[in-house]
Design a protein around this ligand. Structure first.
Ligand code: GZL
Length: 341
């Protein structure tokens, strides 16, 4: 009797196992079938590092608006949850699914060679967008579409040089800077930080009095600013150099909580990057002095790039998106309301 019961339980466990395995395969088959249904659509895998900012969401929306089924595309969007490992996993998934193109917005510049080699072996063109990659062989990706972060940083430094000129007697003004960096190792952070580093080398009166990475988020930037105010009295701060708008919002939240005036007519000048609506409104109010644009509307640039490739044309290796800069005098409510992000 005991053996029969044991045999029955063994058969039951075995059948459950077979059922689970079958379900998994079915899941993958459903995925494959869904792509089979799309065999007349061009399938594009889009790997985003995360959704850390309004800017990042604007880039995602821009790409989704460009690659629609009406225009002959199926877009598969993956959010890397701010981890490079997740993005690498997502790219491998795209390769397994046999997408036609991969668009990658890399969270950091390095660590992509292996997975880009896998995409190349699978004969899947990869287009880098937004931030850049640092690879051993630039043939590992087809093209880059994104920002010139060095130029963005230069705009901010030029603004500071014009604002903090020597006086009539040649005396140099004090320029004490709180530097809130973006995601360390991202090309946005590297470009914007390098510009400030160059400014510090060229101006003996410029000094960083506090520094830390806000990881492009409001919450972390607020903590960096609160820590800075522990280290340095606000009367000793002249500039807060925020490497994106979310960080500027975080710094402002910390200043407001501490009751510290900032912006026009005070001793504290805030500089930011991105030019999202919230930052432009603060700039118009004089709270942020300069906003350097970082243009997330890259969907059409990418669409045109892939259209060229679809027609068998060579795509330009490097395309910088158009970007400007704003101070209070450039802004009106109508102008801000008309912007797409
Ligand atoms: C820059 C982009 C940056 C933005 C931030 O191209 O990668 O990442 O400046 C975003 O807002 O988080």
């Amino acid at each position: 009797m005991y053996n029969v019961k044991k045999l029955l339980s063994l058969i039951l466990m075995l059948s459950i196992t077979i059922l689970i395995v079958a379900c998994n395969n079915t899941t993958e088959m459903i995925d494959d079938q869904s792509y089979d249904d799309d065999n007349n659509l061009i399938v594009v895998g889009f790997s985003q590092p995360g959704a850390e900012s309004a800017w990042r969401v604007a880039l995602t929306d821009s790409v989704k608006e460009a690659f629609t089924e009406e225009k002959g595309y199926k877009l598969i969007y993956k959010d890397g949850q701010s981890k490079q490992d997740n993005q690498i996993r997502d790219i491998r998934t795209f390769i397994q699914q046999g997408v036609d193109y991969i668009i990658l917005s890399p969270i950091v510049e390095t660590g992509w060679d292996t997975v880009l080699e896998e995409a190349k072996e699978a004969d899947i063109p990869v287009i880098i967008c937004d931030r850049d990659v640092m690879v051993s062989n630039e043939a590992l990706y087809t093209a880059f579409v994104g920002s010139n972060f060095a130029a963005e940083g230069k705009k901010a430094i030029t603004y500071m040089e014009n604002k903090y000129k020597p006086d009539a007697e040649g005396n140099l003004p004090r320029v004490n800077i709180v530097h809130i960096q973006g995601t360390m190792g991202s090309s946005a952070q590297i470009g914007r930080s390098k510009a400030l580093e160059k400014g510090l080398e060229e101006h003996e009166n410029w000094k960083v009095v506090a520094e830390g990475s806000g990881d492009f988020t409001k919450a972390k930037a607020k903590e960096i600013m609160k820590n800075a105010l522990q280290q340095v009295h606000s009367s000793e701060i002249d500039v807060i150099y925020c490497e994106n708008d979310e960080e500027a919002l975080g710094a402002i939240a910390a200043l407001d909580e501490a009751g510290i005036p900032h912006g026009d007519g005070t001793g504290i000048t805030i500089i930011s990057f991105d030019a999202t609506t919230s930052a432009l409104k603060l700039c118009m109010e004089g709270k942020i002095s300069l906003v350097v644009e970082c243009n997330p509307l890259q969907g059409n640039y990418l669409y045109n790039m892939i259209s060229l490739l679809e027609e068998g044309e060579a795509a330009p290796k490097l395309t910088y998106v158009d970007e400007g800069q704003f101070t209070k005098d450039d802004l009106t409510e109508e102008f801000i309301d008309e912007r797409k992000y």
